[in-house]
Design a protein around this ligand. Structure first.
Ligand SMILES: [Zn+2]
Length: 237
């Protein structure tokens, strides 16, 4: 009998160079969630599927989050072929990943997003995941640096991006901004975003659009922050 391993390689077609590539996936039966942090960072017993979410084509250098890998635009594809592929040295990303390997893959995704001039929501999502990986590693300095990027991107998403086509609704976005502000010790900013979210819930038409656990969490956060002194020195930009 062959032993079933937690990882397996799956073949897909790269949407940029059209070659058949391999990506490593995690078998869900090996994944045991222990808890989520306030910013939804998941913690697992052993196998961590977050480390496998960044997919990279070893032929052309195209890299993206696994949830949107196939959804590249024509302009994005052109940008990768013109600006990434000519300088690309083939690197292997299949098989088991440690934190360093996962970071390498995620940073390639980030670079691809810059080259493709991708939406802010994609930047926010990737910066948040990079921050989580640094958190798993216990590297607080780098974690904070990427949390700050994610915070700035989520604010841009909220003010400038149409969230209708996004997987994230505007209230979840507001909650994320509040949570990240709190993590960055920007306490009055955090209070502002949570109260803003709660004030929307007074309108019954809006309340239906807010996910119940988001509203509940925002109320909890406001309570927790009540004791934090309002005019405390905030970290400046
Ligand atoms: Zn490719």
């Amino acid at each position: 009998m062959t032993e079933i391993k937690p990882f397996y390689d799956s073949e897909i077609t790269c949407p940029v160079c059209d070659k058949t590539i391999k990506v490593t996936k995690v078998r869900s039966k090996f994944v045991r969630l222990l808890k989520h942090d306030e910013d939804f960072c998941p913690h697992y017993e052993t196998i961590n599927p977050v480390l496998y979410e960044a997919w990279v084509c070893s032929f052309c250098g195209y890299a993206a989050h696994n949830s949107v890998y196939e959804h590249i635009t024509t302009a994005g594809r052109k940008a990768v072929l013109e600006k990434i592929t000519p300088n690309w040295t083939s690197r292997e990303f299949t098989g088991e990943r440690n934190y360093e390997k996962a970071l390498e893959a995620f940073k390639l995704v980030l670079y691809n997003l810059q080259v493709r001039e991708a939406p802010y929501s994609e930047f926010a999502k990737i910066c948040l995941r990079i921050a989580w990986i640094y958190r798993y590693m216990g590297n607080q300095g780098e974690e904070e640096r990427f949390l700050k990027y994610a915070y700035d991107y989520y604010k841009k998403v909220y003010t400038r991006e149409n969230l209708k086509d996004s997987s994230m609704d505007e209230y979840t976005c507001m909650y994320m901004i509040g949570v990240l502000a709190k993590k960055l010790n920007l306490i009055s900013e955090a209070k502002l975003w949570f109260s803003r979210l709660i004030s929307f819930s007074i309108d019954p038409r809006e309340k239906d659009k807010i996910k119940p656990f988001i509203l509940e969490n925002a109320r909890e956060q406001i309570q927790l922050l009540k004791n934090v002194i309002n005019d405390e020195e905030e970290k400046s930009e």
